[in-house]
Write a protein that binds this ligand. Sequence first.
Ligand code: CO
Length: 214
Amino acid sequence: MKFKKIFENNEKWVAEKLALDPQYFENLSKGQSPEFLYIGCSDSRVTAEDLMGVKPGEVFIHRNIANLVISTDNNLNAVVQFAVEHLKVKHIIVCGHYECGGIKAALHPSDMGQLNSWLQTLRDVYRIHRAELDKIKKDHLRFDRLVELNVLEQCINIIKIDHVQKALHKTGFPTVHGWVFDVRTGKLIDLGLNMDQEFSKIRSIYDLNPPENK
Ligand code: CO
């Protein structure tokens, strides 16, 4: 793909939008009220809007390597706070994907410089679920399972966040969902995680507003 082609594509896209609706960009510029916050991998094959079939304005998006939710990540924390407090999103989605390079790197440790500390979080996920993962003999199945377990752990990290807990106590939203995109088939899979149940297992450790304080 040539660099210049991107701007040609953009001109074509603008013309197409305006042909269908001359006020399209005027309306778009008025503001956004997406109901979804999507946290996915930066992988160029996992194009969030495309795979969900959504339009501009419908989904607030954050992407990083291996869709991680790290408590000291300023960028992530700002995105979540803004989405929950200002946009008042109804759903937060953590979307992993099979064939994720970050997950593969975590399964085969090597010194990767700047990436080491980022990938350490994935190695922690491996450690937490080691008993289950080490029972899986086939490499590609263990790899797939770590993708899924990483989504679960990052969903748990979402409900540890104070802004999310405050919104949940106040409004009952957002609902947290764990998805996996199968880059081999194009299918989007809902892991069907029950985050209320998951949180009830760890509430005594992470609930910042326990019943005795209410
Ligand atoms: Co990835």
